[in-house]
Ligand binder design. Sequence first.
Ligand code: ADP
Ligand code: MG
Length: 247
Amino acid sequence: MIEIEDLAAKYPGRKLPVLQGVNLQLKRGETVLLLGASGSGKSTLGLTLNGLIPHEVGSILNGQIHVDGLNTQQTTVAELARRVGIVFQDPDAQFATLTVEDEIVFGLENLCLPPSEMEERMLRALAQVGLPEHRYRRVDQLSGGEKQRIALAALLAMEPQVLVFDEPTANLDPIGTRDVFALIRECKVQTTHTIVLIEHKLDDLMDLIDRVIVLGPGGSLIADGTPRAIFRDSSAVLREYGIWMPQ
Ligand code: ADP
Ligand code: MG
């Protein structure tokens, strides 16, 4: 589903690359936990998957990324958006409209669907995240956990093959966090999404994780394996860099 070859990424005005020498292949349906110290390039790696880097940030990217066979550097952001959805830490940054309904339809407008299918997809996505009664609500009046659910619904309506969760619970209280974790679990059970999770403190979800990859301080991958192998063999390295490990 995802093939990354010798990826290097650099932001403008910065001397050192954020990512370098990253090689990674993710299989369809795989659920991967991406760990790394703060600033190690986790979010940047997520953004390269849906083409926001290099297309929008004015950044530089070397190497190759293919998503579902498409070279991301030769594909528009709109084309990639229907394949890769990212849930961010701050859903407000993603919201573009006033109401829940508009928010979900907004993303669908690029897909040139007949209106009846747009509505069908919108209703299905709302049901999937358990908020069908929120259709006409204003997004700015929802709780943090509800906002994340709507952000996810907007992505699910696009029927992406890859979902990236970039610290979606960082701003949530324990109840909101539990909510979002339950949703991630449902995504995993209901679908064949390839899921990249950037999270820590996710003891409750460890049973979903097929594979753990770890970004080191230089922006290269320093570990890649099953959770069992990584937390057994790389625990000294993880501790050295202050990277989360399950209890
Ligand atoms: P993580 O998600 O692991 O905390 P990020 O990918 O957000 O790491 O950031 C990696 C590095 O790139 C950090 O040093 C960060 O300050 C820098 N960075 C992130 N976004 C930008 C940007 N838009 N412009 C310049 N530097 C950035
Ligand atoms: Mg980040």
